[in-house]
Ligand binder design. Structure first.
Ligand code: ATP
Ligand code: PAU
Ligand code: K
Length: 303
């Protein structure tokens, strides 16, 4: 669904081609994937992903006090500031157009925003963005999806399958750790959900009296620990890695030639632990931090 754009957010005709300097005629769009821990951003020129970055969730209480018009302006500025920040770090080359170089004109530029969210409260905020399109399951060219499946899982498995080939198993090591598998007919076979590595550690720290909050270890820890922090790390890491291995091996029995991709904020650590403990299982796993944006890129036409 596309909201109408209030006149105050429309680009002046002279800056209509604002981003053409590095993209030719391709239209610039922003993708926002809202996860349970943070916001994941992608900048597209047409279907080409130029850059990705992460930011914090917005403060829902603060935003709820704004009028509709203030919300719209605030959200446009959040997007533009975020882009300016990554471009000023030289991570992205944006042309020196008035809209990008003059802070007074920032709010004139409502870049189209494509939103995929698994956090309802954050979705609600972004509905006030002047040019937003929200991706829903029914828009995805993949069969067998059940109504409550997370849009992040559906997009990431679709993206991985399209980019790497089908069948595909997508492992998302995010707040939650998920497995999502689809067959050669782009049909959902199924999956599983468990607490992610970070969430296992934080819930032990928060929900027990004696256990401290500990970080993920940099490397595979000692299994038989003789201190509390080490015992927590050992338990979480070895049990998770054994579980992940079990899902991978079962999937490989079902689909021996399947691609298997790993995404999410804890993917690098998970891959490190898995490689150290089960090198044969880890062999051939594909590092796919942008899997969800590969999925979103398939939906960037006519929006
Ligand atoms: N800079 C960072 N900020 C927050 N978390 C980070 C960061 N770098 C790595 N992580 C790890 O990323 C994990 C969260 O992964 P991710 O950001 O992919 O989740 P999410 O997409 O917000 O959640 P989900 O997809 O499960 O709803 C945390 O457990 C944390 O350990
Ligand atoms: C599992 C999470 C939290 C992973 O981000 C998300 O995909 C979600 O909220 N899913 C809904 C339930 C399901 O996928 O079956
Ligand atoms: K919940």
């Amino acid at each position: 669904m596309k909201n109408s754009i209030p006149d105050k957010f429309r680009l002046p005709a002279s800056t209509d081609n604002i981003t053409s300097g590095f993209t030719g005629n391709a239209q610039i769009k922003i993708a926002l994937a809202i996860g349970n821990s943070r916001l994941h951003w992608g900048l597209f020129a047409g279907k080409t992903l130029q850059k990705t970055w992460d930011t914090e969730h917005l403060n829902a209480d603060a935003v709820s006090r704004f009028s509709e018009e203030e919300k719209a302006e605030y959200l446009v500025q959040i997007v533009m500031r975020s882009i300016e920040e990554i471009s000023s770090q030289n991570l992205l080359c944006l042309p020196a157009t008035p809209a990008f170089s003059n802070p007074d004109t920032l709010s004139l530029v409502p870049l189209p925003l494509i939103l995929a969210s698994v956090v309802t409260q954050q979705t609600a905020i972004w509905q006030s963005y002047p040019d937003v399109r929200i991706i829903t399951l029914d828009q995805l060219p993949i069969g067998g999806l059940y109504p409550t499946l997370g849009i992040d899982r559906a997009l990431a498995v679709l993206g991985a399958g399209n980019q790497l080939g089908w069948p595909v198993l997508l492992i998302d090591a995010g707040t939650a750790l998920t497995f999502t598998g689809a067959d050669v007919n782009r049909y959902l076979v199924g999956g599983a959900i468990l607490p992610g590595l970070g969430l296992q550690l934080s819930s032990l720290g928060k929900k027990t009296a004696a256990l401290p909050l500990v970080n993920l270890p940099q490397n595979l820890p000692h299994r038989w620990a003789t201190d509390t922090a080490g015992a927590i790390q050992s338990g979480v890491v070895y049990a998770t890695v054994a579980g992940v291995r079990d899902f991978i091996e079962d999937w490989r029995c079902l689909f021996p030639d399947s691609k298997i991709a790993v995404t999410g904020g804890d993917r690098t650590m998970l891959l490190k632990y898995l490689t150290a403990s089960f090198p044969d299982t880890a062999a051939g796993l594909i590092d796919a931090p942008e899997a969800i944006f590969w999925g979103i890129s398939l939906l960037t036409v006519d929006c």
